[in-house]
Design a protein around this ligand. Structure first.
Ligand SMILES: [Zn+2]
Ligand SMILES: [Zn+2]
Length: 253
């Protein structure tokens, strides 16, 4: 059974998964930096504060906020981080406009029929709303993340442009540790269908699924052993290679 309660898990040494309503943000704590990857939903905030407190830190100590993409469920704490802590998110230029307007996103299929076709999605979407999804305010991001960039914090974080889910989507690789944060390029829970296991997000929220399927190869090339998705549980059974193989075999809902 999946545990739906808001929770923090240390999924690798110093890597904390902040999970609220099936949406994950990650805090990476290392000697040379404290980095938040994605900003969850507004009510992910208590999980962030609690995790920072356990490290003897505060939000003002975060060195960088990197966004995998600009969807509302990944930018929920941005407004507060900008307003209260002057922490401006960094994103690929292809998603900067989306971070400003996180509900104005392209998708191949209409969203409305999905909860009817996939009743398993209904409780997930309900929890997303309770976690503040309808009150997300966009912010101006710093559009300075490009494919192959190495962010010299927390042991070195490499950006991998993985377009498809959105035009400017990036995954982030903790290269020295074989840990890949896939954002919504590959998830283990699809909020639009309720389906679990490695997969590409449904067409209800994916801009171009053909590109998204192509980007899976870029993820596989990292040969990462631990996969940390934007939605759902961490995946370590056979690393990214097996996750990508399973996602491909399932196609796109
Ligand atoms: Zn998304
Ligand atoms: Zn998402």
């Amino acid at each position: 059974m999946t545990d739906h309660r808001p929770r923090v898990s240390e999924v690798a040494d110093g890597v904390f998964q902040l999970a609220r309503a099936g949406v994950n943000a990650y805090l990476v704590a290392a000697d040379n930096g404290l980095v938040l990857i994605d900003a969850g939903l507004p009510r992910t905030w208590p999980l962030l504060e609690r995790t920072l407190a356990s490290l003897g830190a505060r939000a003002s100590d975060i060195d960088a906020l990197l966004l995998t993409h600009g969807h509302f469920d990944h930018v929920g704490m941005c407004e507060r981080l900008v307003e209260e802590h002057r922490l401006v998110p960094r994103v690929h230029p292809g998603d900067a406009e989306l971070v400003r307007h996180p509900y104005r996103y392209a998708h191949e299929n209409a969203r409305l029929p999905y909860p009817f076709r996939y009743p398993g999605a209904v409780p997930i979407l309900g929890r997303v709303v309770v976690a503040g999804a309808l009150g997300v305010t966009g912010v101006r991001a710093d559009p300075t993340i490009f494919d192959g960039d190495m962010i010299p914090l927390a042991g070195g974080i490499v950006a991998i442009a993985t377009p498809g889910h959105t035009g400017g989507h990036c995954a982030f690789l903790l290269e020295a540790r074989g840990i890949l944060l896939t954002g919504d390029a590959l998830v283990t829970l699809d909020p639009y269908t309720g389906r679990t296991g490695p997969r590409v997000v449904a067409r209800a929220a994916t801009a171009r699924s053909d590109d998204a399927l192509r980007s899976l190869s870029l993820l596989a090339e990292t040969e990462a052993s631990l996969v940390l998705p934007g939605h759902g549980e961490a995946w370590d059974r056979g690393g990214i290679a097996s996750a990508v193989a399973i996602a491909r075999s399932r196609g796109v809902d």
